[in-house]
Design a protein around this ligand. Structure first.
Ligand SMILES: C[S@@+](CC[C@H](N)C(=O)[O-])C[C@H]1O[C@@H](n2cnc3c(N)ncnc32)[C@H](O)[C@@H]1O
Length: 286
């Protein structure tokens, strides 16, 4: 069978799947081609490429898994985050393309400093911290997460990519070395922000495959971790240092108010022009 026919079949299966959120045009086609490339072992194929029986079997098994809602990155075992191949493992939040904008905002600010220090709170598999140090080699970067599993994956990513980063287990800033207090230039945060009652409304592919603690802090408005972070961050940031928080557009206004209430200055809501699914709220420490 050729690649074109296989992709057409797979697109039909994925489009019919109730476990997938069909929010983006051509999403199924993009994913089918991505998985076929993974099964063949190269992205360099066209519709006429003959697919071996082994690769076809691998591809069909992957499409079956995807049709049950499993994210493509978990099926492949990795995600590409700002050009870095980072591990994607069950139990750890899958890094999203939309979060690359948060990393970009951090890189922009870290670049301006001579000896920059960045802390990525709720780091998951460490993608943001690793992207920053990859792009600004003189930066010292730290990542912290309450999940020991996430920190294991983040450390494995750092080793695999040969990037210097320190990852620690802890509740928000709790596990960080004390000498960082007052000297951090940028704090990034992509928190769990789904309100407790909204958890069950999430698409199945998120609800079933992402652990609940990565999605929600179980507070009624989903903002407990944001509020705690804005209260705790000023003790770690240098005066004028930046706190950058990624949330969904419907949370942007509330997070902006939290930052202003806590005394942050120059508070703004920024948006990736290509990717409109998230906002990054930025503010300078009092
Ligand atoms: C939405 S995920 C973001 C992961 C990663 N930063 C990313 O963008 O791919 C939220 C992360 O917050 C972590 N988390 C939840 N509660 C936390 C807490 N109290 N302190 C630190 N991390 C926490 C979860 O384990 C999860 O890795």
């Amino acid at each position: 069978m050729n690649a074109g026919d296989l992709v057409d079949e797979a697109v039909k299966t994925l489009k019919a799947s109730p476990a997938i959120d069909h929010w983006q045009r051509d999403r199924e086609l993009i994913e089918a081609e991505d998985l076929l490339g993974h099964a063949i072992g190269t992205e360099d194929f066209d519709r006429d490429t003959e697919v071996s029986p082994g690769a076809r079997r691998r591809f069909e098994r992957m499409i079956e898994r995807r049709a049950k809602g499993e994210p493509v990155q978990l099926i492949k075992g990795y995600a590409i985050f700002r050009g870095l191949e980072v591990l994607a493992r069950p139990g750890v939040f899958v890094p999203r393309d939309s979060t690359e904008f948060l990393a970009e905002q951090a890189v922009r600010r870290v670049r301006r400093r001579r000896q920059p220090v960045l802390v990525d709170v709720a780091t998951g598999g460490g993608g943001i911290a690793l992207a920053v140090v990859n792009e600004v080699r003189r930066a010292r970067v730290y990542g912290t997460d309450i999940s020991p599993e996430a920190i294991r994956v983040a450390r494995a990513n750092a080793r695999k990519l040969r990037l210097p980063a320190t990852f620690v287990v802890g509740d928000l800033f709790g596990g960080l070395p004390k000498h960082l207090r007052g000297g951090v230039d940028v704090v990034t945060l992509h928190p769990p922000y789904v309100a407790r009652s909204e958890l069950r409304e999430l698409p199945e592919e998120i609800r079933r495959w992402e652990p609940a603690h990565t999605l929600t802090d179980r507070s009624p408005d989903g903002l407990r971790i944001v509020e705690r972070s804005t209260t705790e961050a000023p003790a770690w940031l240098r005066p004028g240092g930046w706190l950058l928080i990624e949330v969904s557009p419907d949370r942007a206004r509330a997070v902006r108010s939290v930052l202003q209430r806590t005394g942050f200055r120059d508070v703004r809501s920024t948006m990736d022009r290509g990717f409109k699914v998230t906002r990054v709220l930025v503010g300078r420490s009092p």
